[in-house]
Design a protein around this ligand. Sequence first.
Ligand SMILES: [Zn+2]
Length: 379
Amino acid sequence: MAAASPPPLLLRLLTLALALAGAAAGKISGPRTPISRDIYHPERFIVFQSFGQHGRELITSEVALHLLYILTEKPKIAGVDLSSFEKLLENLVIKVVPMENMNGRKLVEEGELCDRRNGRGVDLNRNWSVDWGMKEKDYDPYEENPGIAPFSEPEAQIMRELSRSFKPHIWVNVHSGMEALFMPYDHKNTTPNGASAQLMRSVLENLNRRHFQDSCLVGSGGGSVGYLAHGTTTDYMYDIAKVPMPFTFEIYGDEKASTDDCFKMFNPVDKKTFDRVINKWCMAFLILFEEGLRNLRDAQIVSQGTLENWVPIGGGIVERNVERKSSRDGRKLEGLDLGMQELRTYFRLFLLSTFLLMFMFCTRISKSRNRQSGSLFDP
Ligand SMILES: [Zn+2]
């Protein structure tokens, strides 16, 4: 009896192990798991997203899991027909880290509801090398501990390694605390100059208009959130990793919540709001992918053929031409030109990189901390 054909590969679960033996002594080993480039197709449109970088922002990981569910199983969001996204999704490779800060999340689940840091007390969104360690006058050592050095933290090392190996076109760092669509910079109150910044702004403004009726705050993190943040992931993705479109999205915040109630500040507390946030932001990401791909194609950063030359069955990969193009502001960006497409109908290879425990969101932790939180705003 002939063996059945293997199912198409839609999702791949990748668990990254990190040697933490030296962590207690402050010595961190690099990632031990080799992160191979051959597990994805470099000619695709590539998106890299992280959720749960801050422990107390539990809702973000729920959005991650729901997004993966939609992308792989049930293409519906609250009755919305997603068939118009099918062609886009066929050419998309997305790597999702649904819970970047696993040890910080454990602290929150144990009742430390205001804690945003990792298990070693470091803010993972301050541990990156761009403008690392700079402190503002209102610096809060509890909230914003940048660590003893850039990339002192294993989580940041892993994320940096993933960004190097995966080379995304779009990066999204997903947080909660307010609703906003941010682009670089976080450490300055300005956006970068030049064509790439115009591209990012255009994508965010289109998303804001199409999906949020212009209700979201759009702009640089540093210029919009009310304070400057140094050593952030998104600034590194732009300045060092040269990701064409790095973003930070803030997906939910209850500004009326008491500062004693961190859970309520950063997470919806009723089912209706929870569902609304999940559906709204899953849809937002699909629109982001569509807007991002269109703009990247227009700027010749992603192949024009990525959508038009789609061949559903048969053929082999022929990389006709991979050349470097330089955008007007001189940033080196990789131009990708795709020839024939590859074997099977289902191209969607969803790589799920995870260092996580799944957690049922609805089991709200009852223990509350009486701690004055700094700012509701978060990145
Ligand atoms: Zn955050």
